[in-house]
Design a protein around this ligand. Structure first.
Ligand SMILES: [Fe+2]
Ligand SMILES: [Fe+2]
Length: 133
């Protein structure tokens, strides 16, 4: 995943720090995907731990920025973030059983969720941040 979705929709939000965090998220996810495709489960749990911590860091960055700007839908946005964190935690549990197919399915699910979240929720609320900061 780069700066556009497979169907060509741009993923950039116009806020550089957030765009680079989104890109880092995809980079970590791709490392996990590559490992599972290669059938290599060594270090898989450390990459999944990395994506878990990075997700928490990114969501907190976004929420602080949105709080400062007074984004009206922030509680809804935070609830959606929390649901995603639970998905990542589910991935961590799946990793413990070391089923590479399951981990692969989960990384696909996380990626499509993250892309949809950027397109539909982040872009909406970051537009508000740009206009009110
Ligand atoms: Fe985001
Ligand atoms: Fe978000």
């Amino acid at each position: 995943m780069s700066s556009k979705t497979a169907s060509g929709q741009p993923l950039h939000t116009g806020i550089g720090v957030i765009d680079s965090q989104h890109q880092t998220f995809f980079t970590i996810l791709n490392k996990i995907r590559k490992k599972t495709l290669e059938g290599d489960s060594s270090d898989l749990s450390s990459f999944i731990e990395e994506i878990h911590l990075y997700t928490l860091y990114h969501f907190e960055s976004e929420e602080i920025m949105m709080q400062k700007a007074g984004v009206p839908n922030l509680e809804e946005h935070k609830k959606i973030h929390q649901d995603f964190v639970e998905k990542v935690e589910e991935l961590k549990l799946k990793c413990i059983v070391e089923d590479e197919d399951l981990v692969q399915d989960m990384t696909d699910t996380l990626e499509s969720w993250f892309v949809n979240h950027i397109l539909n929720i982040d872009k909406r609320d970051l537009e508000y941040v740009k206009n009110n900061s």
